[in-house]
Design a protein around this ligand. Structure first.
Ligand SMILES: [Zn+2]
Length: 497
């Protein structure tokens, strides 16, 4: 946990600030102790010579297990896409050394883009193991990022998670799905005991646990309530994908007779700790329920476009008072961890759903989602997403000479509309310089790349096998997506259909 004096920066203190201020930042014990011009202290010094300092970005929704799969698939609807990404018939356990590499390559990309915090909703194919948990959390600890980790494990038989699928599948495939290895609620709760006792608060407080049910339809009511109890007991974020697709809206009606937002509310698990991921196919009543709960919605605009999920009702959620955070989701559905792309997309995609330009998100709102929404959903002791005394010293330093700022008219619009991540020069987490002049300081990046080159043929071969395995099931999933698409649910989140 570093003591550090950052000199001669041009600081954007928060999403609410309009302009840069020239000042030094003194960091003590990983926290910002003082912000003023001309600070003197006998500690390690970083002279920025006028470069721009912003709060480190918070990538509030990621699944690191997709990190090796970028660019493997064409655009596909979520339900078909998941066949390839989380194959329901998989039986081989993951190699922890590959899990470590997989996590490191994503974290390396994020740190070099000025992303200082990540919320990883990690799944395990087909089963969770202690070694895999250690590999992920250990990789985040090793590379120096701030990370919150949950175990996104589905405990329900594959065909129970979708409408229409049970009757569409031939008996032999259904039997194979019944027999496929699957976690139990008891098994997962034991894994959570391990995650929390071993990793919650590790890495000088950088590493933390969260709980995840993946999605309500992928869990049982008892398991959902048990996760909620854990979330309350340890004050942990609770990750829950809700109404990402129209099919999930149809599932709610068909299986539960209500929206999945209402379902989690009735189960008593929807509260301010819940991160409601996607919230695209929510109706007005759902939005009111979310607003009353204090839950935070995770917006993943690039992933949503990539999977044809529809456009999240940003303005309706904000008007109701629902906090929003921003994520990239996955390297297989965003094809990067570049939150700057999600930031720009969030800034411009909502223009296609509303003719009233007064209702389009402003640059300040988008940055507010990244920093304030991210801070709220992370639930850390020291505030994140702002440069303020007492806040965590998580910062990104941007080259003031880069094209994004030539010329600089408005810093917030420059960050949302012009910046691509190429300006990031240094990244600081907990007061420690983890990227200096574009180079990672905590791990040997050349060795990481060499390790990846060595396993690349294996990864390509595995991707081919995965695609072949999914193809035998794809037509049934194509059919359930088409059936759901044809049902009138009273509103749409698709544009131009
Ligand atoms: Zn997700």
């Amino acid at each position: 946990m570093g003591d550090l004096l950052i000199q001669n920066g041009n600081l954007l203190l928060s999403a609410a600030d309009e302009s840069l201020v020239q000042a030094d930042i003194l960091v003590r014990g990983g926290l910002i102790a003082e912000i003023a011009p001309g600070i003197r202290a006998d500690v390690e010094t970083l002279d920025l010579g006028g470069d721009i300092v912003i709060p480190g970005l918070i990538n509030a929704h990621v699944h690191s297990p997709g990190n090796f799969m970028r660019g493997t698939l064409e655009c596909l609807p979520l339900e078909v896409f998941m066949l390839y990404e989380v194959p329901p018939l998989a039986s081989e356990r993951e190699d922890p050394s590959l899990v470590r590499l997989r996590t490191l390559i994503g974290a390396a990309e994020m740190l070099k883009l000025g992303i200082t915090s990540v919320m990883d909703d990690a799944f395990f194919v087909p089963l969770t193991t202690t070694k895999a948990i250690d590999a992920i959390a250990g990789a985040y600890d090793e590379i120096g990022i701030r990370a919150t980790l949950a175990l996104d494990q589905q405990i329900v038989v594959e065909y129970e998670k979708y409408p229409f699928l049970r009757e569409l599948l031939p008996d032999d495939i259904r039997r194979t799905m019944d027999a496929a290895p699957r976690e139990t609620a008891e098994g997962m709760l034991a894994h959570y005991d391990y995650l929390i006792s071993r990793w919650h608060g590790a890495g000088q407080g950088r590493i933390a646990a969260a709980v995840s049910c993946s999605a309500p339809q992928r869990a049982t009511p008892d398991y959902l309530r048990a996760l909620h109890r854990l979330s309350q007991m340890h004050d942990l974020p609770f990750f829950c994908h809700i109404l990402e697709t129209k099919l999930q809206r149809v599932l709610g009606i068909e299986k539960y007779g209500m929206s999945l937002v209402r379902l989690v509310e009735q189960l008593g698990i929807l509260d301010e700790r819940m991160q409601v991921i996607h919230a695209i196919w929510v109706d007005e009543e759902d939005i009111a329920i979310l607003a009353a709960s204090g839950a935070v919605v995770a917006h993943n605009p690039v992933c949503n476009l990539r999977l044809g999920s529809g456009v999240m009702p940003f303005r309706a959620l904000r008007e109701a008072g629902v906090p929003i955070c921003l994520g990239t989701d996955e390297a297989v559905s965003d094809d990067s961890h570049n939150l700057w792309g999600a930031i720009k997309t969030a800034g411009i995609v909502h223009t296609i759903t509303d003719s009233d330009y007064a209702r389009w998100p402003t640059a300040a709102e988008v940055l507010g989602a990244v920093w304030d929404g991210g801070n709220r959903v992370m639930r850390r002791p020291a505030p994140l997403g702002r440069i303020a005394e007492g806040a965590a010293a998580d910062l990104a330093v941007l080259d003031a000479q880069s094209f994004a700022f030539q010329p600089l008219h408005d810093i917030r619009r420059a960050l949302v509309l012009c910046e691509t991540g190429r300006s990031v020069r240094h990244t600081i987490v907990n007061g420690r310089i983890v990227v200096r002049d574009g180079q990672l300081t905590c791990i040997d990046e050349a060795a990481l790349r060499a390790d990846l080159r060595r396993i690349e043929p294996q990864l390509r071969a595995e991707a081919v096998v995965l695609r072949q395995g999914a193809q035998q099931l794809e037509r049934y999933y194509r059919e359930i997506v088409a059936r759901a698409a044809a049902i009138d649910v009273g509103f749409t989140r698709w544009v131009g259909r």
